[in-house]
Design a protein around this ligand. Structure first.
Ligand code: 4AD
Length: 487
């Protein structure tokens, strides 16, 4: 027994092994290589041990037979132990598959015929074994506590890998010749609000009141005159008590701002950025493979996207008998039907804030991306430019748009901005905002104003649409929602 515990020694007579990551092995076929990683899958067949090794970059089947399969370490090897192996990398015969980037079988693979290996960090077996802690049937809140372990799974890690590819594709699209935007990094600690006081996280900042940013839009606007069209990929924070599958308290916000454009240019730009980014994802074998493993029936959207005005959407909803909760005109809270005890549902009318459920039903029926545009002024943020024509009842609409995707709903919110200082000052007043802290934002209108507009895209929502995930909580590393900031 004791003699078996003695580790095997790497044979110095063997040719030197090249150290490599698992996604960079193709060029080393037929050679001796050295790899490191975690035991992702483990199977013993007769006297042969098959290990699927995982290093985060890829997966590799490793075959241990003969003396390397008979050591104490081999006989007690557990899932998720970290190991080092050397051996000859052997191409698999045509038609045979090996685990690819997502861990799922792909053709044209290779495997490692192991000549030496060692355990670096043994993971526990028994009670504490990885599979015991992480059980598919575990309660969702336990799985949330164990997010750091869940991430080792093929699906969760594939989503995060695709997210990385997606961010790179967005950056390439936005900085490329078609759009020529420059990336900037605005601050997260701010003293101004963008999207209303009710979702601000407030904190004390050297004795002053400050907030976590809700949107970098105002900062992007100030960059137009120095840097031209700009974009950022920044965390935004929303203290909304929304426990839905599309709300996070912290999310990654991709925002852009463009100068000297029209509202039509803005929507055309958003559509182009989305379609070109999807094209990039599909053109890259790595991201394409991840995408189709996660969402086998994905079909890229076709241009142009449907454009539906807010007023037409209200008619569309009524024609399709999709109703609106009756609200108390003073408090805005839903009114219950005394007979059924349920919220009273009525036809939509111009001025209603289209509820998430109705919006979603509409988008799912239409079944393709929809720009909903021209929302009433009262429903939108203070900075939005008003449309020239007014409604039949004298309603004022804004040059604003939301991009809705089937299955997810709103993924982009954008608008043209008020370009006139007087009009902006009136807007602060109307919303009860003290213009003082906004002096730098107002100055943008004072020193050479321009027509401009921009948008914000929720990266997790976009990814949920792309990868067909049930919730945005799967689409970021460590999601935050009301009550959760761990791990
Ligand atoms: O519509 P929103 O609030 O727009 C703005 O913040 C603008 N200032 C952006 C701009 O024009 N630069 O948010 C934009 C997008 C939404 O369409 C949605 O995709 C995402 O941000 N988003 C959220 N994603 C996850 N969780 C939340 N709580 C989100 N709130 C908004």
């Amino acid at each position: 027994e004791e003699s078996k515990k003695v580790a095997i020694v790497e044979d110095p007579a063997l040719p030197p092994a090249t150290k490599a990551k698992l996604n960079a092995l193709e060029a080393l076929r037929g050679k001796r290589v050295r790899v490191f990683g975690w035991v992702h899958r483990l199977r013993v067949q007769k006297d042969i041990i098959f290990v699927v090794l995982r290093d985060g970059k890829g997966f590799l089947q490793c075959v241990l037979s003969g003396v390397v399969a008979q050591t104490y370490a081999a006989l007690t090897l557990t899932l998720e132990s970290s190991i080092e192996l050397t051996g000859t990398l052997t191409a698999l015969p045509e038609g045979k598959t090996a685990p690819g980037i997502s861990g799922k079988p792909e053709p044209n693979g290779h495997e490692l015929i192991v000549d030496w290996w060692k355990c670096i960090g043994a993971a526990p077996g028994g009670e504490e074994a990885f599979t015991n802690r992480l059980n598919e049937k575990s309660d969702p809140s336990i799985l949330s506590d164990l997010r750091h372990l869940v991430l080792r799974g093929e699906t969760s890690s594939s989503v995060i890998k695709l997210r990385s590819q997606l961010l790179a594709a967005f950056r390439d699209t936005l900085t490329g010749v078609n759009h020529g935007c420059m990336e900037v990094t605005p601050p997260c600690l701010v003293q101004t609000q963008v999207e209303g006081g009710s979702t601000l996280f407030e904190l004390t900042y050297y004795g002053q009141k400050a907030f976590l940013t809700q949107s970098s839009q105002l900062y992007l606007e100030t960059c137009l005159s120095s840097l031209g069209d700009v974009f950022c990929v920044q965390e935004s924070f929303r203290a909304e008590n929304s426990h839905t599958r599309r709300h996070l308290s912290e999310y990654t916000h991709l925002e852009a701002e463009l100068a000297f454009i029209t509202f039509d240019d803005l929507m055309t730009h958003i559509e182009a950025v989305i379609c070109e980014t999807v094209d990039r994802i599909l053109a890259n074998p790595l991201s394409r493979s991840l995408l189709y493993h996660l969402n086998p029936t994905f079909t890229p959207p076709t241009r142009p996207f449907l454009r539906l005005s807010y007023v037409s959407a209200i008619s569309w909803l009524n024609e399709h008998n999709i109703l609106h909760p009756l609200e108390d005109p003073l408090t805005g809270s839903p009114i219950l039907d005394p007979e059924t005890g349920k919220v009273k549902m009525v036809k939509h009318k111009v001025g209603d804030d289209i509820a998430e459920a109705a919006e979603r039903q509409m988008t799912d029926i239409i079944g393709r991306p929809v720009f909903l545009f021209g929302f009433p002024k009262e429903l939108k943020a203070f900075y939005m430019k008003r449309m020239e024509e007014v409604g039949e009842g004298g309603e004022v609409f804004t040059e604003s748009c939301d991009l809705l995707m089937p299955g997810v709903g709103e993924i982009v919110g954008g608008s043209m901005r008020i370009s006139d200082s007087e009009e902006l000052l009136a807007a602060y007043k109307r919303e009860g905002i003290d213009p003082g802290p906004y002096y730098w934002f107002t100055d943008q209108r004072k020193y050479g104003t321009c027509e401009h507009g921009g948008y914000g895209l929720g990266v997790e929502r976009f990814l949920a649409w792309l990868a067909n995930r049930y919730t945005v909580r799967e689409c970021c590393l460590y999601p935050r929602w009301p009550g959760r900031a761990t791990p």
